[in-house]
Design a protein. Sequence first.
Length: 276
Amino acid sequence: MSVYIDHVGVTEHAPLELVQSLQYGEGAFETIRVDAKQGIEWCDAHWARWVEGVNYLGIDVESKVKMEDWIHAIEVLAMNLGFTSDWMIARPQGLITSEGDFRWWIQWSEGVKWQHPLHIGRVPTVPLPDENKPASLKLNMMSYYRSAERLARSQGWDHPVLCTKDGMISESSRANLFWIKGAQIFTPSTKCIPLHGVVRSALIDWIHPQKDFEIVEVEAKFEDLLGADGVFLSNSLQHLVWVDAIEDHVFTKLTLFDDLTDRFKLAIPYTSITTI
């Protein structure tokens, strides 16, 4: 995994002091898909959330780095390292080091598509409440996600389903949750403190004016997932992914989901980079 570091340029690995600061310091990050033919996906939305996250930590980030610096860094990474798959992952990091300095860098790695069958299940881990970690931001306070993933894998599942302390469905560890019932598509409301995913927000905005789909944000129990016609996940790297099974409950893939996926892909905004 190669890295572009703020005032350094491309290196094979991040220096140890930055890695240690990432582990023990305060920071915000984004996970961005870069298409080999069309460029950076949802660049404006990722930038806006990253700025909000770094500002939350007390840094006026736009006085130190601009979105154009991000784009330039991704261009340099693509130019130096190329595309080893149809899409790559750009992972911007911004943090306050243990010495109180602000540093930023972007990791570059190969994109990997999730495989099927995809199996998820409920774990006892609960999302952090807003007062500990605002759900609108991607901050480095993510250890509970890793704990949830370990619990899911110990049960033979690919990804966990997290519920709030009140038992409401919230999210998965690497994706937002949606389920289909008839022509309605449901997702946990922000009251259930899911991460405000870039693709989650984009999909909700895209569905609202559609005449053949309806999106509903709800507070729902785990049993509502089991009673759905189908379930899918969303995130910036995988877009929309069908869930084949929740614990012992198996879902047959719906043609409505394929239609939704194909049409939504046409709405993805791209920011071109000079190497493409």
